[in-house]
Write a protein that binds this ligand. Sequence first.
Ligand SMILES: *[C@@H]1O[C@H](CO)[C@@H](O)[C@H](O)[C@H]1NC(C)=O
Ligand SMILES: *[C@@H]1O[C@H](CO)[C@@H](O)[C@H](O)[C@H]1NC(C)=O
Ligand SMILES: *[C@@H]1O[C@H](CO)[C@@H](O)[C@H](O)[C@H]1NC(C)=O
Length: 184
Amino acid sequence: MAMKGFLAATITVSAVVLLVILQIAEVEAGAKTKLGREKVSHLHFYFHDIVAGQNATAVQVASAPMTKSSPTGFGSVVVMDDCLTEGPEVTSKVVGRAQGIYVSSSQENFHLLMASTFVFESGKYNGSTLAMIGKNAALEEVREMPIVGGSGLFRLAQGYALARTHSIDSTTAVVEYNVTVLHY
Ligand SMILES: *[C@@H]1O[C@H](CO)[C@@H](O)[C@H](O)[C@H]1NC(C)=O
Ligand SMILES: *[C@@H]1O[C@H](CO)[C@@H](O)[C@H](O)[C@H]1NC(C)=O
Ligand SMILES: *[C@@H]1O[C@H](CO)[C@@H](O)[C@H](O)[C@H]1NC(C)=O
């Protein structure tokens, strides 16, 4: 009797497992047909980080007691809603925003942790986003940062961004970005 019960339970569990596997397979097949072909896209834009003045787009929200005395500003956390434009001039056509944070995360070097969403607002990418997270070695001529995901036309995106400072003064840094992404 106990054996029979065990057998029945095993069969029921197996049936449930089979059903779940079949359902997962169905979802996977459905996802495949909707994803389309993998492609590579290249994006080029300029990022405007304005840290002071009436049009500031980046604001320090936190620091540590040691941040002021640290040669690298260690512990500083800045929130940004920076404009992305087609050309380097601030009056150039806006293509999106870089929304997120940058954190001074090294005690020895000017390294920033960048955690930013590129929110596109024009052309075919309007409404699509890319997520960038990684180390920005701010003093290097060209910095590489990983693109770890995306939404909209950039679903399942992965790639990298190359950044180079175009100009910098006491309030504004303009940075040129080339972004290469694999997506569907
Ligand atoms: C702020 O932006 C406005 C509108 O674009 C512009 O007229 C003004 O000159 C800017 N102010 C500063 C301090 O850059
Ligand atoms: C981007 O999409 C939004 C929401 O659909 C729309 O309101 C806006 O006009 C679009 N912008 C451009 C430049 O197409
Ligand atoms: C971006 O690509 C353009 C065209 O290939 C190139 O001239 C420029 O130096 C690149 N900039 C960066 C930061 O990679």
